[in-house]
Structure formats: C-alpha cells, structure tokens
Design a protein around this ligand. Structure first.
Ligand code: PAF
Length: 284
C-alpha cells in the first residue's frame, strides 16, 4: 500500500493508473477509521480497480467551538485497517499541503445547507464542499464513496457534483451500526459507558418512525413528534434537532407521499451524534 503526503505524488500515481485504463475509487475520510469506513472501502474495492483513501482532519469544516483539536487521530491503526481491506494508496496530506498560507477559495452549495446540521454548524458544509472539491481535483476519481449516515453531506455533495459538472459518480453506502444499533461514528469513542447506552435512544426513536410509516401513518408532523417524544424520554439526550424533509430534495414536507428523511442530532455529554432513517409511504 502506497502512502502519499504530497499532492504531486498522488497525482502521478493516479495518472499512471489511468493510463492503464484503471477505474479509480476514492474514499475521503478524516481518519479514526471504523467499520463504517471499511464498508465504504470494501464497496470501492468491489466496484473499482484502484482504491485511494484520504485521511485528513479538515480544519475548515469545524466551527470555532468545535472539536478540531480534539478530533481523534489514530494514524497507525488507520493504516493497518486500510491495509486489511486491500486499499491501494492512502493520501495523508498535512494542513499546509491542503491549505497553503495564501489559500482563499471556497466552494459553497446553496439551498441545502441552511437546515439540519447546517443550522447549528453554519460554516460546516462550506468546509466539506471545499475540501472534497480539492480532494476530487487531486485524486480525480471515477467513483467516490460516502456513507448514508451523513445524509445531508451526501445530498449536498451530489448537488455540488451535478452543479459543477464534476466527472465522477457518488456512491452512497447504507449506515453501518454496532450490534446494539448505534450508528458507527468516530465520535462514539468519546462516550462514557452510560452515555453510549443512552445514545441507543436515537435508533429506537428512528425505528418508531419506520413502524409508524409501515402502519400507514402519513402525517409527517405526527411521525416527527413521535420521534422527538421518544428521545425526550432519555434524560442524557440533549436534542439539537429532529427534522423531516423530502429525500433527496431536503424540502419541507407534511404528507408522507414520497421518500422522507427523518434526521436527528443530539448531544450526550459534549458528544454530538447524528443518525437518520428514510421512510416511505406504506406499501412501497
Ligand atoms: O465525512 C467526513 O469524514 C468528512 O466530512 C469528509 C467527507 C472526509 C470531508 O472532510
């Protein structure tokens, strides 16, 4: 497995692979890899000839009071995990390689970033779309793999790729959960045992939405309130949002007549977790 720290070096690797007609798969990450990331890499291996993973904790997507400095960095373990699933190359640039001192260009998607996580993290998606654009330009993948857990990120990136005519396909991979139902996240490691147990309420609440939809409930406000009520029963959960939007349009919705994203974010102690489910009208 090759390890690149410089943009020019990974570019040369990609140019050679493309010359041989190889399909390039790309999995951008911020490290602290877990089963969720490995699932993306395995899917990339299945669909592509060469798989490149980036590991870069992107400063521009963290707000001033967020956990950039404390974000888990587990480089050695990450490398072993990448190797274990047959990744071909890891790109691990430092901050100056990605953001030289005189850097000053942003990529911003309008219309989808003011809701859900964008409301409490107003500069987050601008940071994500900017770094992902840079990474796409560096790696020039044919396919890039993202997890459904970050549903809003996926929708925003798909719009960016479409709006800017980026020549690649975004592949979305379903949420990977622990056996008890907690969605895999690099932030789960911050939770105490008690908070971790409490966090299972997110999955329980989202399952409630699914059950209601399957039973024929079509009033989205009612479903959303049921999800909120379920989370409110957990004293350790501090709700940031429980919201419902059309998927993938992220438009307000009152009747369950098409796919609807129910997304939740809550803090357990200082750790903010997100989770979601896509529900459909009964019988579909
Ligand atoms: O999902 C993530 O880990 C990050 O937002 C991403 C896509 C790697 C950009 O930094």
């Amino acid at each position: 497995m090759k390890i690149f720290e410089k943009v020019a070096d990974v570019r040369e690797f990609v140019t050679n692979a493309k010359r041989q007609g190889k399909v390039i798969g790309f999995v951008p990450t911020m490290g602290a890899l877990h089963e969720g990331h490995l699932t993306l890499m395995r899917e990339a291996k299945k669909q592509c000839d060469v798989v490149i993973v980036s590991i870069f904790v992107n400063p521009t997507q963290f707000g001033p009071n967020e956990d950039y400095a404390a974000y888990p960095r587990t480089w050695q373990q990450d490398l072993e995990l990448c190797q274990s699933v047959g990744v071909d190359a890891v790109l691990h640039p430092d901050k100056d390689e990605m953001y030289p001192e005189d850097w000053g260009t942003w990529v911003e998607v309008e219309g989808l970033t003011g809701v859900l996580c964008g409301r409490s993290r107003p500069t987050h998606f601008r940071g994500v779309t900017t770094v992902v654009t840079k990474l796409f330009n560096i790696v020039q993948p044919d396919k890039a793999f993202f997890g459904q857990k970050d549903a809003q990120q996926v929708v925003v990136l798909m719009k960016m790729v479409r709006d800017l005519n980026m020549p690649l396909e975004i592949v979305v991979v379903p949420i990977v959960r622990d056996e008890d139902g907690l969605a895999k996240s690099s932030r789960n490691g911050y939770l105490t045992a008690e908070q971790r147990k409490a966090a299972l309420v997110l999955r329980r609440a989202l399952n409630r939405a699914d059950v209601l939809a399957r039973q024929g409930e079509s009033n989205v406000d009612f479903i959303q309130s049921a999800v909120r009520a379920c989370i409110e029963l957990e004293p350790l959960a501090d709700i940031d949002y429980v919201e419902a939007y059309t998927f993938p349009g992220l438009q307000p919705v009152t009747e369950l007549q098409q796919k609807v994203l129910i997304a939740v974010a809550a803090k357990f102690g200082t750790t903010r977790l997100i989770d979601n489910i896509i529900i459909e009208p009964a019988g579909r």
